[in-house]
Design a protein around this ligand. Structure first.
Ligand SMILES: *Cc1c(COP(=O)(O)O)cnc(C)c1O
Length: 228
């Protein structure tokens, strides 16, 4: 089995190839290593291989890992990418740098109020249910502009852009379609004058399609840490 550093090399090569194909500079795509269900030692290995951004799905697991890796705190950016209930916002506001999964104004308001004053604003993305899956969380596309305007005005937050988890699809064209829709939605926000620059989309199975459609952060778990 390949090691974590070998997997990271492969994922970086995939991102570089996708960027070359899309005529994008390789630095325009940030790799977020999704460490959910893997221990602090796995994060340490990826950090030693040069990675600095890690994504967690579950609030308590993430907070525990931040604590276990306190010696690296200034050198790691922690991103929450999983569902966030409003009764869990305080620890998230206190311990994370980014939240990709804001899907309600109420959650955003609480995160803003609870963000400690000594920390920079929490960087947030709005999660969009881009494939209209009944089972998935996220704002409906037509709700995004209204919520984005309100979130952009919250003092403890910095609205960065949009995130989606499209329905898995086998072929490249079907993978590209929802990513293209998210890109268009971000463009609408930009045309309205909102200062947003982030498209968080693409995972182990579809990062090439996401990069072709403008992803600026790809969230990769399995291809780095192995199956869960
Ligand atoms: C688990 C997860 C990922 C990573 O998925 P892989 O297929 O393991 O790369 C990315 N984004 C979110 C929101 C996830 O929950």
């Amino acid at each position: 089995m390949a090691t974590i550093p070998e997997n990271i090399q492969q994922v970086r090569a995939r991102i570089a190839a996708a960027c070359a194909g899309a005529q994008r500079p390789v630095q325009s795509v940030t790799l977020l290593c999704v460490s959910k269900t893997f221990g602090a030692e796995a994060v340490r290995e990826a950090h030693a291989a040069g990675e600095r951004r890690f994504g967690e799905n579950y609030v308590q697991e993430g907070v525990d890992k931040v604590a276990a890796l306190a010696d690296l705190r200034g050198d790691i950016e922690w991103h929450l990418i999983g569902p966030l209930q409003s009764n869990k916002t305080r620890v998230v506001a206190e311990h994370f740098d980014w939240v990709h999964s804001v899907d309600r104004l109420k959650v955003a308001q609480r995160l803003s109020e609870q963000r400690p004053a000594h920390l920079p604003p929490l960087q947030v993305c709005l999660q969009v249910n881009i494939s209209a899956q009944a089972s998935k969380s996220g704002l409906a596309p037509q709700e995004v502009a209204g919520v984005a305007r309100e979130v952009a005005a919250l003092p403890g937050l910095k609205l960065r852009g949009l995130m989606a988890i499209p329905e898995p699809a086998g072929d490249l064209d079907s993978q590209r379609r929802p990513h293209a829709a998210l890109r268009q939605l971000l463009g609408e926000l930009q045309r309205e004058g909102l200062d947003v620059d982030t498209l968080s989309m693409g995972m182990s199975a579809d990062l090439e399609a996401a990069v072709m459609e403008g992803a600026t952060i790809v969230r990769v778990g399995t291809a780095i840490f192995g199956g869960r």
